[in-house]
Design a protein around this ligand. Structure first.
Ligand SMILES: Nc1nc2c(ncn2[C@@H]2O[C@H](COP(=O)(O)OP(=O)(O)OP(=O)(O)O)[C@@H](O)[C@H]2O)c(=O)[nH]1
Ligand SMILES: [Mg+2]
Length: 266
């Protein structure tokens, strides 16, 4: 396994410091794969420091409500859990309510932590009621911690995205945690992502790209041809097509979702 770049280590250091200062830790999860975007190490860290944890499943607009209810029921066994769509400002009333309910004291300092690109900064803007921290479809956007006073009794702290340091690049890429442009080999992760997508939803590629094909490599070849991504000699540039797939998964254009049963949870 390749050594993780220094910014990962630095992000962990920052997040650790913020958790130390916080009264309540919100771990933000991606609704399309809540279990897969949990970070056990950050949960352990918070528990060991005696901090309360609230799980917030974000991007609820991308997943059917009954699946989210199921995730909520399963995850609730470990930590209080709610789901919201920060982008569409749905469920934000529950977020306020949950913060108040689980805050060990008022005023409360809340650390917002989680994988890159799950919507941490967007949630902070929702709480603030206006755009006060930067957000971006590019993972790894927030580089520094930032303290925002959301109301007279809630201060929230934005943090850079963190990833488990023992996770390999392919797995991180399919969790949307890495920039597709920065990947040395986008092909491996894109093929695995397509494989998974087709298992979960056999029609997804046809619906999103209008491509009637079920073999991942062939899908990339067809997509490359269709977008005019050709190498010298006219061969399809499957690496570029792979990046498109990964980017579309990140920005929610290509959608499928995991259910608790995929993790043996029920
Ligand atoms: N569909 C959908 N997209 C969302 C939602 N919330 C945030 N996003 C999008 O997800 C992308 C990442 O949002 P950010 O708030 O920048 O994510 P972050 O967790 O702060 O990311 P880093 O700073 O990179 O760790 C942006 O393109 C947002 O518009 C949501 O509820 N639904
Ligand atoms: Mg951010």
């Amino acid at each position: 396994m390749k050594a993780k770049p220094p910014e990962y280590i630095e992000a962990w250091r920052k997040v650790r410091r913020i958790i130390e200062k916080a009264d309540l830790v919100i771990e933000v999860l991606d609704a399309r794969d809540p279990q897969g975007t949990r970070c056990p190490r950050v949960e352990r860290l918070a528990i060991n420091m005696g901090k309360r944890i609230l799980l917030v499943i974000n991007k609820a607009d991308l997943v059917p409500k009954e699946v989210l209810e199921e995730w909520k029921r399963v995850l609730n066994r470990e930590f209080p859990t709610i789901f919201i769509s920060a982008r569409d400002r749905l469920g934000t009333r529950y977020l306020w309510r949950a913060i108040k309910a689980y805050a060990p004291k008022i005023p409360v300092k809340v650390a917002i932590v989680g994988y890159p690109n799950v919507g941490k900064s967007t949630i902070i803007n929702v709480l603030k009621g206006r755009h006060s921290v930067g957000t971006s479809p590019i993972p790894g956007f927030t580089k520094h911690t930032q303290l925002v006073r959301a109301s007279s009794f809630i201060t929230v702290i934005d943090t850079p995205g963190i990833v488990p340091l023992d996770e390999d690049e392919e797995t991180l890429a399919i969790k949307g945690a890495l920039r597709p442009e920065a990947l040395e080999d986008p092909l491996g992760p894109a093929l695995r992502l397509l494989e998974l997508a087709l298992t979960k939803d056999p029609d997804v590629v046809e619906r999103v790209y209008g491509i009637e094909e079920h073999i991942p490599l062939k899908i990339l070849e067809k997509l490359a041809r269709r977008r005019g991504l050709l190498l010298k000699g006219g061969k399809p540039n499957v690496d570029e097509a792979a990046r498109i797939i990964l980017r579309d998964w990140q920005n929610g254009r290509l959608v499928f979702y995991m259910e608790p049963k995929d993790y043996g949870l029920a």
